[in-house]
Design a protein around this ligand. Sequence first.
Ligand SMILES: [Zn+2]
Ligand SMILES: [Zn+2]
Length: 319
Amino acid sequence: MGLGWQGLSIPLPEDWNLAAFSGDWGSGYVRAEGPGDSALELKWKHEKSSPSLKGLLKSYLKQLHKAAGRKKSEVSLKEKPKALPSVPQGSGVSQTFSWQSGGVYGIGAVWHCLECRRIVLVQVTALSEMTANALARRIIPKIGDHPEGDLCRWSVYDFDFTVPKEFRLEKQSLRSGHLSMEFRHKGRTVVLERYGPANVLLKRDRLSDWATAVKPIFDRLKPYKYKKETVEGEPGHDAVRLSGRRKAVKDLLRRAGLWMIRMQPPDALRARVWNCEPSNRIVMVMVEARPRDVEALTDRIAAGVRCHTGEPERDSAAS
Ligand SMILES: [Zn+2]
Ligand SMILES: [Zn+2]
């Protein structure tokens, strides 16, 4: 599935994972790591006019080598290496490069996307030239630097979903037992979470009890008066649906005030929590939006979650 992050899609090999990240939609950095000290680093920022990529590249490499504690004289830099003949389609100006320093081989590219106006600077590093070249050829030309269509795909640690692209990531917590990402746009909130392993979490509880009692969800539900129903999802996906509205007096007053002028505040809640048996994980989608939009938005986001792939996972934690 690769990595989907802040509108970027990076087709990483299977056994690679996100190792570090910073920034936001406007500008940021990700680092992914694979086996054998191989790594990918990518930086992005928005720039309306066509930038001088050469200057950018120079300052980036300077930073990079400073960080690695290497002197400039110890780095041999090549422009337009044969191993990387292309950058992603649709980019305007671009520049490819490779370098070698102290047993590390780097190969990368920098380009300016004419459509989204992102500047992307990416490089892969490996301990052999062959590996670095192969990785660069495989990954770099297929990087997507902006979402296609009106949904943005996010994919991290095999948790793969889409949210409308105008939503921005506000908070995240990426622990293996609990992944949580919270997005916002114009008063609307979308939260996606993944918990696991499900067979351990549900050892004593039924899903419908667990779904409203587990602390992160319990805390999120506090401001709402809600109903809960159990539904049969697709096979292997027992689900709980929650629907509600904010219940504080100030919320009721706000609603009444807006009703007078025929408006709705984004204070309606929907949530779907399902137990994905094939992946042995529990997924939650929670949306707060206006009553007239909330159901459709929740359905759309829940439908875009790829919670499991291919072969079911072994039930290793079962007794
Ligand atoms: Zn773009
Ligand atoms: Zn599933």
